[in-house]
Write a protein that binds this ligand. Structure first.
Ligand SMILES: *Cc1c(COP(=O)(O)O)cnc(C)c1O
Length: 385
């Protein structure tokens, strides 16, 4: 096995090889310096002001219309937001989006968590959980009695992406079929999606949206909005902070139920504007596509690194997982990279593989991904001396 070394040799990567920005973490991830500068410039009149007044509500309004435009949302779809990040949205969905029984695709750490939340809910029937080995993804199966299909666009723990499609043969929600709810926390903005294939596409802004954590956003179809209303009408008890009817009412007024982080909203809106001003989804996904091409081509051509995900079409364009030959300790490589200012390339801890995990969110420059590959090659070469 790998000779795991606790001490790292002092390897200095030449400046000429280093990326311009050394942040490759899966979240919180690189925040564009331009966005931080814009926040600093606006801070005197924006930060520290009431979230019930125009200055902040305008940012929320801009964010909501910006997202509707970025995702080309059809008429009737709504952009809803609330505090607590994706993890809180899972709980909110357990209260307010699942009627009786859900089906979950579980193929990594994150996708397993929503499944666990609905399994633990005393007011719901036992969910159906479809699993597959790490490094792959299962497909949803149309099933009578399932009122919500839970998909994950990008499994951040393994670097597997999957196409977002309604289960084959399932009726549309308008005809009595289940809703399709997608955890797109790390995929939204970096991977293509067709809104007609989902009813709830939810995420948080600390990944492709180059902002900070603590907020959730859900793009909801008319069927999802209707579901929220029909569950509320049954009188099911819901804590107010988890209540999607309250979140919906507040979002329609460009507010959140309780105080949001204003800096997070600002940086989020700035990133959506950056996407939209440069060509929208084609631009943002194009950057991730290019980075992925660079990373996987480098790994394929290297004699010590291999993409962890076997099927090419499953290899994520926003999170790359690269296995290393047994003769190289990937953890040590990550440590040396860190000492040289290249941070957060460590693998997802619970996966426990000899690999690096590299984010390729749209804010991350494809040129920097190319530089990172050169730096890894340099470090591995220096370790072998
Ligand atoms: C990061 C992540 C989460 C957790 O998001 P929080 O905002 O920290 O709750 C959930 N799902 C996926 C796919 C993620 O990548």
């Amino acid at each position: 096995m790998i000779p795991y070394v606790t001490d790292s040799p002092d390897i200095r990567i030449p400046d000429s090889l280093l990326p311009a920005d050394g942040r490759f973490g899966a979240g919180p991830s690189k925040v564009r310096p331009e966005a931080v500068e814009a926040l600093a410039a606006a801070s005197g009149t924006y930060l520290g002001t009431s979230h019930r007044q125009k200055t902040v509500k305008n940012v929320v309004g801009s964010l909501r219309t910006g997202l509707a435009s970025l995702f080309s949302l059809p008429d009737g779809y709504e952009v809803v937001l609330g505090n607590g990040g994706t993890t809180c949205f899972w709980d909110a969905a357990t209260f307010g989006l699942i009627e009786t029984r859900s089906q979950h695709l579980s193929f990594g750490e994150f996708s397993s968590k929503f499944a666990a939340a609905s399994a633990a809910a005393p007011h719901l029937d036992e969910p159906e959980i479809i699993t597959s080995d790490v490094g792959t993804h299962p497909l949803p199966v149309a099933r009578d009695g399932v009122d919500l299909y839970a998909l994950t666009h990008n499994e951040t723990s393994t670097g597997v992406m999957m196409p977002i499609l309604r289960p084959e043969g399932a009726a549309l929600p308008a005809d009595g079929g289940g809703l399709v709810a997608v955890d797109a926390t790390s995929g939204a903005g970096g991977l293509h999606v067709d809104p007609s294939e989902f009813d709830a596409y939810y995420f948080a802004p600390q990944k492709c949206f180059g902002s900070d954590g603590g907020l959730w956003v859900a793009l909801l179809s008319p069927a999802a909005v209707e579901r929220i209303g029909s569950i509320a009408a049954t009188g099911r008890w819901v804590p107010a902070s988890m209540d999607l009817t309250i979140a919906l009412d507040n979002s329609r007024l460009d507010q959140t139920y309780n105080t949001p982080a204003l800096a997070t909203l600002f940086l989020f809106d700035d990133q959506v504007r950056w996407f939209n001003d440069n060509g929208g989804m084609e631009f943002s996904t194009g950057r991730s596509d290019r980075s992925a091409e660079i990373l996987y081509t480098w790994a394929d051509n290297s004699d010590f690194a291999t993409p962890f995900v076997m099927r090419e079409q499953d290899r994520s364009h926003v999170i790359g997982t690269i296995d290393f030959d047994d003769t190289i300790d990937a953890a040590q490589v990550a440590k040396i990279l860190r000492a040289n200012g290249i941070v957060d390339t460590e693998p997802y801890r619970k996966l426990g593989r000899n690999q690096l995990r590299i984010a390729m969110f749209p804010a991350i420059d494809p040129e920097d991904v190319a530089a990172l590959c050169a730096c890894i090659t340099h470090v591995v070469g220096a370790l072998g001396q």
